[in-house]
Design a protein around this ligand. Structure first.
Ligand SMILES: Cc1cc2nc3c(=O)[nH]c(=O)nc-3n(C[C@H](O)[C@H](O)[C@H](O)COP(=O)(O)OP(=O)(O)OC[C@H]3O[C@@H](n4cnc5c(N)ncnc54)[C@H](O)[C@@H]3O)c2cc1C
Length: 359
């Protein structure tokens, strides 16, 4: 019997694939509103994998995840669009910055080509191709899409249920030494639970179900805040527009994105949150606008209003930042750690990997 803890996109895919493979599967979810964690608060982008080193798990699982996701969306009629993405150098404040950005975009282009991402194009003067996009150079990546995440989760839960997955809500899983308990958050009753395999897919909270190994390795998840501002209109074409990724973190930079329902957003930025429940917007609109107007000249400051916040589960090992996904096996537990972007894209491949580990 398998117990999956957490019913976000990662736990739901894992539960579904285990059930399809013939296992008896239970999902324990502490929240009443499943999907309210990281999976319900992101950009909904299906990434090509261009940013990652070919040897990383992020690269391998993003590629495979994309490959599995698209036919899954088609088969299950989940709204999605392969709209492509423009990464622009944007406006630079100095000549040195401009040269630096040109180098960066060329490196990204070379990485994408070496990874075999199809039909990449490096273009000068992107404003000639995509009106309102600023900068001297831009990379066009046709292999990028967006998906309607609420529909995606709903279909996955439905398919899981049909395959036999049993979901128990309001049940928080806690570990005390060698014992595992489910705490019912409505009745406050705590019951011991047992399984052949436990899978920890708790997103921001997955460090709380870890036990330090004999070498004293200590994983910690720190919440990193990504704020979104809503835009009162969409660009005149349906394409994602990104700046170059941040050099100092794993964040991809404040970008233009749209949801299939018609909303448009700028986001997410990257700041440390005060807790794993801190969904407040702290950045002033004027500051936010300053970063957006370096890539797009379509909006005025008053076109922006506060949107929503997503929290990245930034992983640290003994105090050092870990940039890759970690799938960590410990006794009969499999822990999914640091599953930030491109976790949505990679989710079916992460699940495939976990099921394979159990064999
Ligand atoms: C701002 C932002 C933008 C992003 N944009 C993209 C993107 O465009 N494309 C992309 O590919 N990826 C993106 N990602 C990454 C992607 O959203 C995540 O990798 C993915 O949603 C993680 O899903 P999860 O199931 O691990 O976590 P969650 O969705 O948070 O699910 C974890 C679940 O576990 C439950 N839980 C926690 N602790 C317990 C416990 N002790 N007992 C029981 N239940 C528990 C929680 O209630 C929650 O429901 C983005 C992430 C962020 C933060």
């Amino acid at each position: 019997m398998v117990i999956v803890v957490g019913s976000g996109i990662i736990g739901s895919w894992i539960a579904y694939l285990f059930a399809k493979a013939g296992f008896e599967v239970y999902v324990f979810e502490k929240s009443e509103n499943a999907g309210d964690g990281i999976s319900g608060r992101n950009s909904g982008v299906l990434h090509s994998g261009i940013y990652y080193d070919s040897t990383s798990l992020k690269s391998k699982l993003c590629f495979r995840g994309y490959e599995l996701a698209v036919p899954f969306f088609e088969k299950n009629k989940i709204p999605f669009s392969i709209c492509g993405k423009v990464i622009t150098t944007g406006i630079s404040d100095t000549l040195t910055e401009e040269k630096d950005k040109q180098n960066e975009i060329e490196k990204l282009f070379a990485n994408g080509k070496s990874l075999g991402i199809p039909n990449l194009e490096l273009k000068s003067n992107p404003g000639n191709y995509w009106k309102h996009v600023l900068g001297k150079s831009a990379l066009w990546i046709p292999k990028t899409g967006i998906v309607d995440v609420p529909s995606y989760l709903k279909v996955l839960w439905q398919l899981g249920e049909e395959a036999g997955v049993k979901v128990l809500k309001n049940k928080k899983v806690v570990r005390e030494n060698d014992e595992v308990f489910a705490l019912d958050l409505q009745s406050n009753v705590k019951e011991e639970i047992e399984a052949d395999i436990f899978v920890n897919a708790c997103g921001l909270y997955s460090d709380e179900l870890l036990i330090s190994d004999s070498k004293g390795n200590d994983y910690e998840i720190r919440p990193n805040k990504g704020e979104y501002f809503r835009l009162n209109k969409q660009l005149p074409y349906e394409t994602l527009v990104y700046p170059l990724p941040m050099k100092t973190s794993t964040a991809l930079g404040v970008h233009y994105t749209f949801h299939l329902g018609g909303d448009a957003y700028a986001g997410p930025n990257s700041n440390w949150a005060s807790s794993k429940e801190d969904y407040s917007i702290n950045t002033q609109r004027s500051v936010y606008y300053e970063s957006l107007r370096k890539t797009i000249d379509f909006y005025k400051e008053e076109d922006l209003s506060e949107g929503y916040v997503g929290l990245r589960p930034r992983l640290f090992l003994n105090g050092d930042a870990v940039k890759d996904f970690v799938i960590h096996k410990e006794s009969n537990w499999i822990h999914l750690l640091g599953i930030e972007s491109p976790g949505l894209t990679s989710s079916p491949a992460i699940a495939e990997e976990v099921v394979r580990m159990v064999g």
